[in-house]
Design a protein around this ligand. Structure first.
Ligand SMILES: NC(=O)C1=CN([C@@H]2O[C@H](COP(=O)(O)OP(=O)(O)OC[C@H]3O[C@@H](n4cnc5c(N)ncnc54)[C@H](O)[C@@H]3O)[C@@H](O)[C@H]2O)C=CC1
Ligand SMILES: C[N+](C)(C)CCCC(=O)O
Length: 505
């Protein structure tokens, strides 16, 4: 019964799926909304059809979920790291076994191509596997003190952590947040974006099947109001948030009231710098990877593409040729490389950015138009043709603001010194990239870019072993890599006296 949506996936095609099961999950099972009155329709981006209803959780439901998570935390945190690891490895195995079905459901809700969704699901189980591997290694330090006294530190969990996700990587974000949280002995209550509510609950079912205590990973549905309830709840120790800068600021402010720890993964407007001594074919491929994954709706995209003047004509010719050749259409077909944007308002917003760019003097070399695929079932979908903008200047809106759509802005530059200054002239600092064959230049540029990640001669690969997160207004804290353990645990120092108390009084 619990698996029924997933079980319909093998035969499912675009335009056919309806999700009727409850999408909340706590105390070890799916939970029906208390009342349906604030239900919001959720759309299938490729068709514009209603996929399901998202009913936001109210105060009482949020409270129930948090209490069930707390009860699970009391059991889970007492288990050894190796015991937790075994359960997490089983969860990773189940995800791997069901990767195609989960990816298909993700596509139907999100609109991205099946090829990309499969990669997302693979990254998800790898994250859980990676942190399972670390669960048994968590340890403190032993420190010798004078007179035979000593101290030791214990790495302890925080308690109930909240995860709040964006709509661009629904299942992957839920895994990126829950895996390190659970490895450290915490419980998590996760709220997906109201636009992509259907796959987080699948993750909750899988954790349950793998053997976590009931309540350890809960899912509550809702938007800003439900998110606010989570950030204000006194039993929550930490909030890990992925989303926009304005919402991130609110999350931080609300969390400050009860001094909750916060991780913020926010937006970006990342620079990709292409020097004339690069391998041009790889640089072009890198620029496409930096701009067009998930219809360009990726926080770390390299959307300001700085190209050294001497190679600009060759670069543009090749990038435009390849952009025009991207197959846009039914995201469930294997040959498709770009699907639909998340919503009609998002599509209109992105097209509005292209219009404004033209008004400000940018030249559209290709795309930037609404697209209606020939398949009649896709005519209500939110498709557009991927766009390359030339003749851009640093002061244009398309170069300054995050577009979150398939729009690449190309800018010429002369020298390394100049381009570094221009690249860093932004309040964001999530990622960056550089293409060059000069090894010294590559590392010098990486060292001077103000961003949490710098890709050298590639872009947008995200192995789970390496930390991911922002500088400046792109946020703080990290996801992935060993360091994330620090963001989901706290150190207790235990000081042990072996002699008499040397009292001053
Ligand atoms: N750095 C990163 O890892 C990523 C950042 N993003 C950023 O997210 C944005 C797009 O995602 P959206 O979902 O539109 O962002 P958003 O900020 O509108 O929403 C993100 C999440 O926060 C929730 N939320 C909204 N108001 C809230 C409140 N007052 N209190 C608590 N939670 C609240 C939403 O329901 C959603 O789950 C882009 O700006 C993008 O750059 C997106 C993906 C990854
Ligand atoms: C997987 N990757 C690197 C393309 C994007 C991950 C960050 C995000 O959630 O937008």
């Amino acid at each position: 019964m619990a698996q029924s949506t997933l079980d319909t996936m093998p035969g499912a095609s675009t335009g056919t799926v309806v999700v009727n099961e409850p999408l909340n999950f706590w105390a070890g099972k799916r939970v029906k909304p208390r009342e349906e009155k604030n239900a919001e329709p959720v759309f299938e981006p490729a068709t514009g059809r209603v996929l399901c209803q998202m009913v936001p959780c109210g105060e009482q439901e949020v409270d129930e979920a948090i209490k069930s998570a707390h009860a699970a935390y009391l059991k889970w945190s007492k288990m050894s790291g190796m015991e937790r690891a075994r359960v997490m490895l089983e969860a990773a195995r189940i995800i791997r076994e069901r990767r195609e079905k989960i990816a298909k459901l993700e596509v139907i809700n999100n609109g991205k191509s099946i090829t990309e969704a499969l990669v997302d699901i693979d990254i998800a189980w790898q994250t859980i596997e990676y942190y399972a591997g670390m669960a048994g290694t968590l340890a403190g330090q032993h420190v010798q003190l004078p007179g035979g006294a000593f101290a030791y530190t214990r790495r302890e969990p925080l308690g109930v952590c909240v995860g709040i996700g964006a709509w661009n990587y629904p299942f992957q974000i839920a895994s990126w947040k829950s895996a390190p949280a659970l490895a450290c002995g915490n419980a998590m209550v996760f709220k997906p974006s109201p636009m992509t509510p259907v796959t987080a609950v699948i993750l909750a079912e899988i954790y349950k099947e793998a053997g976590v205590p009931d309540g350890l990973f809960c899912v509550v549905q809702g938007g800003a109001e439900t998110g606010t309830l989570l950030c204000q709840h006194p039993m929550v120790a930490k909030v890990s948030f992925t989303g926009s800068v304005p919402t991130g600021k609110k999350v931080m402010e609300m969390s400050s009231k009860t001094v909750k720890q916060v991780t913020l993964e926010l937006g970006g407007k990342s620079p990709l710098i292409i020097f004339k001594d690069c391998d041009l074919e790889n640089a072009v491929k890198g620029a496409l990877m930096a701009n067009f994954l998930t219809q360009g709706q990726v926080c770390c995209n390299g959307t300001r593409v700085y190209v050294q003047k001497e190679i600009m004509p060759q670069f543009l010719a090749e990038v435009v040729k390849r952009t025009k050749a991207i197959p846009v259409g039914d995201p469930l077909l294997d040959g498709t490389r770009m699907g639909a944007l998340i919503s009609k308002p998002q599509l209109d917003k992105v097209l509005g950015f292209v219009k404004q760019a033209k008004e400000q003097g940018a030249k559209v070399l290709c795309g930037g138009e609404p697209l209606v695929p020939s398949d009649p079932k896709l005519k209500g979908g939110y498709f557009m043709s991927p766009c390359v903008l030339d003749s851009c200047r640093d002061d244009m809106t398309c170069v300054k603001e995050e577009i979150f759509g398939p729009v690449m802005s190309v800018l010429p530059f002369d020298t390394e010194e100049e381009v570094l200054k221009r690249a860093n002239n932004t309040t964001f600092g999530l990622a960056s990239g550089v293409f060059t064959r000069d090894i010294s230049r590559a590392h010098r540029v990486a060292a001077n870019l103000e961003a949490g990640t710098c890709f050298i001669n590639n872009y947008n690969i995200s192995p789970v072993e390496v930390p991911f997160g922002g500088y400046k207004m792109s946020g703080f804290g990290r996801e992935n890599g060993q360091v994330t353990i620090e963001y989901y645990s706290q150190l207790k120092t235990v000081v042990v006296e072996m002699g008499d108390v040397d009292s001053l009084f």
